[in-house]
Design a protein around this ligand. Structure first.
Ligand SMILES: *Cc1c(COP(=O)(O)O)cnc(C)c1O
Length: 377
C-alpha cells in the first residue's frame, strides 16, 4: 500500500538523535533550545515553545489566553478533533463556522457572525497546508478587540501568505510534528507567538505552571531551591532526543516543500479536466507547503471510488469528518446541517498520497487509478 503520508528520515537525522542519546541531556537541554530558536526563525515569530504534540500545542495556546468556563471560541469543523476538543477540555464552548468551499479554510464572514461578548478566540485552520488569509481575520479582530486569532498550522509549517511565513502573523500559531506532517519529531508540536505575556503563559503551562524567575516569585530570599506554582499546568515538555530530530529535519524544510510541490504539480497537471473530479486550486498570494492533496468526487460515488483506490494499493484517506458529527459533540447537542459547506466538502473528499518520497512511477500509477476509479466506480 502506498501510504498517504510518510516521514523522510536521513542519515543526518539518525546521527542527530544518536548524538542526543549520548549527551548529558535526554530532555530539556540544548537540543530543545536550538530547536525552539530554529522554529521561531522559520515562523518569523518572536517566541517559540516546543511541546509534545500538536494537540498539546492547542491546549497550551488556549490555556495561555486563559480560556475557561463561560468562554467561547469559533473554529472550523473541517479539522482534526483536537482543534475543538482542547478548548472544550478547558470548559469553553465551541461555535463552528462554515468553510470557504474553494479552499477548505474557515470563511471569515461565517466566523465573524458567530462572535459574541463571550468569544475569546477564532481558531483558523490551514487546511491541506493552504495558509489562512490573515488580513481577513485581522480586520475581524480589530472590530472585536476581545477576540484573539489562533492559527492551527498543523498542516502548514513552511507555507507563506503574501510573502509572510505561517506563524508570523496570528496571535498564537500551533504546529504538529506527527510523522505524516510536513516535518516530524515522531510526536511533537510547538506554539509560536510575538506576545511576551502569551509566550510566558505557554512556557508555564507546559511545565506544571512552575515559576522560577526571581522577579515573578511571590516569596523572596527562601533559598536557591525555591520555585512556585501560580497556575495549574501539565508536563508537555518535548525531550531533547526528539528536538534533535526536529532540528535536523528543519534543515530540509525547503527541500521537503519543493518535493511536495512537485507531487502537487504532477497530480494537478495529469488529472486536469477529468469529468466528475475537482482538484485543489492555487490561491493567489499563497505559497503553500502542501500537506494533503484533497480531491473531490460526487458524494454518491465517494465510497466506491475510495474503496477501489484502496483495493489498488493506494492509501487514500478522508480529511475530515466534520468535528461536530463525532458522537461526543452530538451528545452535547450539536446537530448535523450546522455547516453545510463543510459537510458537503467531507462527503466529496478523498486525500491522495502526499509525501516527499513518492516516486514518479507511483504518481503515474495513482493518477491512472484515479482516472479509472472516477470513470468506472
Ligand atoms: C495533526 C493535527 C492536530 C493534532 O496534532 P498531533 O500532533 O497529532 O496531536 C491538530 N490539528 C490539525 C489540523 C491536525 O492535522
Amino acid at each position: 500500500m502506498i501510504p498517504y503520508g510518510r516521514q523522510s528520515i536521513s542519515d543526518e537525522d539518525i546521527e542527530a538523535v544518536v548524538q542526543a542519546l549520548k549527551s548529558d541531556w535526554l530532555t530539556t537541554g540544548p537540543a530543545v533550545e536550538a530547536f525552539e530558536v530554529a522554529i521561531a526563525r522559520t515562523a518569523q515569530a518572536k517566541y517559540s515553545v516546543s511541546v509534545t504534540s500538536g494537540t498539546a500545542a492547542l491546549h497550551v495556546a488556549y490555556s495561555a489566553l486563559g480560556l475557561a468556563q463561560g468562554d467561547e471560541i469559533v473554529t472550523s469543523p473541517l479539522t482534526f478533533v483536537a482543534t475543538a476538543s482542547t478548548a472544550i477540555l478547558l470548559g469553553a464552548r465551541v461555535r463552528f463556522a462554515d468553510i470557504d468551499p474553494d479552499t477548505g479554510n474557515l470563511d471569515p464572514a461565517a466566523a465573524e457572525s458567530e462572535i459574541n461578548s463571550r468569544t475569546r478566540a477564532i481558531t483558523a485552520v490551514d487546511y491541506a497546508g493552504l495558509p489562512t488569509k490573515i488580513s481577513d481575520f485581522r480586520s475581524i479582530t480589530s472590530r472585536n478587540r476581545h477576540v484573539l486569532l489562533i492559527q492551527d498550522a498543523a498542516h502548514s509549517i513552511g507555507s507563506l501568505h503574501s510573502g509572510k511565513p505561517v506563524g508570523s502573523q496570528a496571535d498564537l500559531t500551533t504546529f504538529s510534528f506527527f510523522p505524516t506532517k510536513n516535518l516530524t519529531t515522531a510526536e511533537g508540536g510547538a506554539v509560536v507567538t510575538n506576545d511576551d505575556d502569551l509566550a510566558r503563559n505557554c512556557r508555564r503551562f507546559k511545565n506544571h505552571g512552575l515559576v522560577r524567575d526571581l522577579d515573578s516569585l511571590r516569596e523572596h530570599d527562601i533559598g536557591p531551591w525555591h520555585q512556585e506554582v501560580h497556575n495549574f499546568g501539565l508536563n508537555y515538555r518535548l525531550p531533547d532526543v526528539l528536538a534533535a530530530l526536529g532540528f535536523s529535519q528543519l534543515q530540509r524544510l525547503e527541500d521537503f516543500k519543493a518535493k511536495r510541490q512537485r507531487v502537487f504539480d504532477f497530480y494537478t497537471e495529469s488529472m486536469q479536466g477529468i469529468d466528475g473530479l475537482k482538484l485543489p486550486s492555487h490561491i493567489p498570494g499563497t505559497e503553500p507547503m502542501w500537506h494533503l492533496y484533497p480531491i473531490r468526487v460526487p458524494a454518491s460515488r465517494r465510497r466506491a471510488i475510495f474503496e477501489r483506490l484502496r483495493a489498488s494499493g493506494i492509501g487514500v484517506q478522508v480529511n475530515y469528518i466534520p468535528v461536530y458529527w463525532h458522537p461526543v459533540f452530538e451528545d452535547l447537542g450539536y446537530k448535523r446541517g450546522l455547516c453545510p459547506e463543510a459537510e458537503r466538502f467531507y462527503t466529496e473528499e478523498i486525500s491522495l498520497p502526499m509525501h516527499t518520497d513518492l516516486k514518479h512511477s507511483e504518481l503515474e500509477m495513482i493518477t491512472e487509478a484515479v482516472r479509472k476509479a472516477v470513470r468506472y466506480a
